[in-house]
Design a protein around this ligand. Sequence first.
Ligand code: ADP
Ligand code: MG
Length: 263
Amino acid sequence: MGKVIAVANQKGGVGKTTTCVNLAASLAATRRKVLVIDLDPQGNATMGSGVDKYQTPTTAYELLIDEKPIHDVVIKETSGKYDLIAANGDVTAAEIKLMECFAREVRLRNALAPVRDYYDFIFIDCPPSLNMLTVNAMSAADSVLVPMQCEYYALEGITALLDTIGKLASVVNPGLEIEGILRTMYDPRNRLANDVSDQLKGHFGDKVYRTVIPRNVRLAEAPSFGAPAMYYEKSSAGAKAYLALAGEMLRRSEQKFESTEAE
Ligand code: ADP
Ligand code: MG
């Protein structure tokens, strides 16, 4: 059965979308079947997957509000070789309309049920706020991946964030796990970044991915090319880092599988 991972952090600009798109492409390159769900009305994951948000015939709106079958909403084989559910401004309307809907917290979870077995990984790119869209992502997900920058107050921010996720999960999805904490836009020459990184590892241990995503201009340029970095400049440090992260994730899940087998 596939894994549904919400990529979330209430803070904007921490690398959520970049992580969704590049990690999805890296896993798709290892022949995993991957779906990305863009839940941010800004539609950055949509554009970064080579889909024009102004031209897309369907978005998460049709899935969440019109309850269209997921097969009619998915855009197959985007530039990153994964499937996509797009977002644009309509998703803001969806957020508002959700408030009046029956079972408003679990719309996404219900909508995903028919494809949970088909995909190996489903990534949900969350908006930078804790609204009903994020609640839907949290209730649909098996786990949460939190990208963060190692800057001043980062530890406080992440503790508060995990606390909020925990409280939300206790209401809508008690089984929700922390998939991992990812250090993004990392500059190893920055002493503060190193200090924060050490604190983070001290505090959250194995939950912090060993793979670090460096600050890399190719990652920032790739969306304007409409593709993940590995299809823009394969040899870039950014593309390589996300491939390494995909490898780490796969190894982790295999180890977890083996340890539950042994029980
Ligand atoms: P979020 O989705 O959390 O708002 P984004 O993934 O959109 O964050 O990243 C914010 C900005 O930083 C974007 O312009 C993106 O291209 C850029 N960016 C993200 N990760 C990196 C990185 N590792 N190196 C350089 N630029 C990055
Ligand atoms: Mg984003």
